[in-house]
Write a protein that binds this ligand. Sequence first.
Ligand code: 2NL
Length: 398
Amino acid sequence: MTDLVQLESQVLAEIAAAGDETALEAVRVAALGKKGSISALLATLEQTILADVAAAGDEAALEAVRVAALGKKGSISALLATLGKMSPDERKTQGAAINLAKDKVTQALTARRDILKSAALDARLASETIDVTLPLREAPAEAGRIHPLSQVFEEVNTIFADMGFAIAEGPDIETDDYNFTKLNFPEGHPAREMHDTFFFNPKEDGSRMLLRTHTSPVQVRTMLSQKPPIRVVCPGRTYRIDSDATHTPQFHQVEGLVIDKGSHLGHLKWILHEFCKAFFEVDHINMRFRPSFFPFTEPSLEVDIQCRRDKGEIRFGEGEDWLEILGCGMVHPNVLRACGIDPDVYQGFAWGMGIDRIAMLKYGIADLRQLFESDVRWLNHYGFKPLDVPTLAGGLST
Ligand code: 2NL
C-alpha cells in the first residue's frame, strides 16, 4: 500500500515535470508499460501476498491476509481503484493484469483455507479423547422423581398382579347407590351424612352424586359387569370430609375382591400374608386377625402385622409390637345379592387398606401431610427414580 502511494505520487510528479509528449510517453511506458513500475509493483505485491498466504498458520491469520489484500482498503483493491484514472487502453491491460493477480490470490486463499481447516480438524481429533469411564450424566427424563404414593401404587399392583389379580379402576364421582346402598350401608348410617362425605347438589329425581369414600364401588361395578370367578384389586383416589394430622380430605385406597364357589377366609389369610411379606420385603411376618365390623362384610376382621419400634424406627417381621394395616372379611350376602350374585351359589372375601398409610410405614414418612405438599426437595429425598419400575424379581423398592 505505502509502496503504491509512494509510486503514485512519484509517477504523478514525473507526469507534471514532463516537458513534451515524448517525455510524457516515456513516463507512461516507465510506469504502465509491460515492464513498467506499476506492473512490477503488481508482480511484487502478488508474490508477497502469496507468500503471506502460504505462511498463514491458522484460519485467523489467513483471514488477516485476505483483508489486507482484498478487503475494502486492501492492497489489490487499491490497485483496482487506480483503474479509474487510466485511459481506456491502459485500463484494459492494467485491469486484466490486476484482476488476474486478484484471481490468483483468491485461489491461493481458498486452497490454504482448506488445508488449515483439515489440519485444525486433525489436531482436534488427535487431542480430544472421550473418557468412557466418566459417569453418565442424568438425562432430563430421569432427573424427576416418582412420588412415594405412585411408587407404592405400582408395588401393590405388581404384587397382586403376580398372584393373578386383575387391576380395575372406576370414576372418582360415584352414585350414592354404588358407594353406599349396594354395599349394605343402612339409611341413616353416619358415613351417609353431609358432614362426612362430599355430596354434589341433588339431581331433579332427588338422587345425589358424591366423591367416592372408598374404592368399593369399583368392585360393585366389577360384580355387576362380570361373572364369577372374580379376582380383582381396585386402587385409586378416595375422599372424605376429614382434615387433621392423620387425615387428608383426599387419600388413597386399594381394595381387593375374590368371588368364587369355594372362597373362604383361609384363602384370604394366605393372600394377605403373601402380600405383607412381599410388600414389606421380609421372609417372615406374624399377622393377627381381630374381629371387627363393616356393613359390607360378615364376618369382618381387622389385621395387624408384627413389628418392632425402636428409636423412632419401625422394623417389620420382628419384635413384639402390632400395627394395624387393613380391614377385611367375607362379602355380606346382601352385597352379593345387590350386585346380581347368588349368595347361595357364590361366596367371596374382600379387603381394603390405605395406600398413604402403608407408604408412610414402609418408607418412614412421619407426617401424612408431606405426601400432599408438592415440596420438590422432599420429593428428591423420598421419591423414586423414574425407570426403577417395581418388579418382584428385580426388587420392589430398589
Ligand atoms: C379398611 C377396610 C374394607 C372391604 C373394604 C369390600 C368391598 C366390597 C364388598 C365387601 Cl364390594 N367389602 N371392601 C371389605 C372389608 C374392609 O376396608 O379399613 N379400609 C381402609
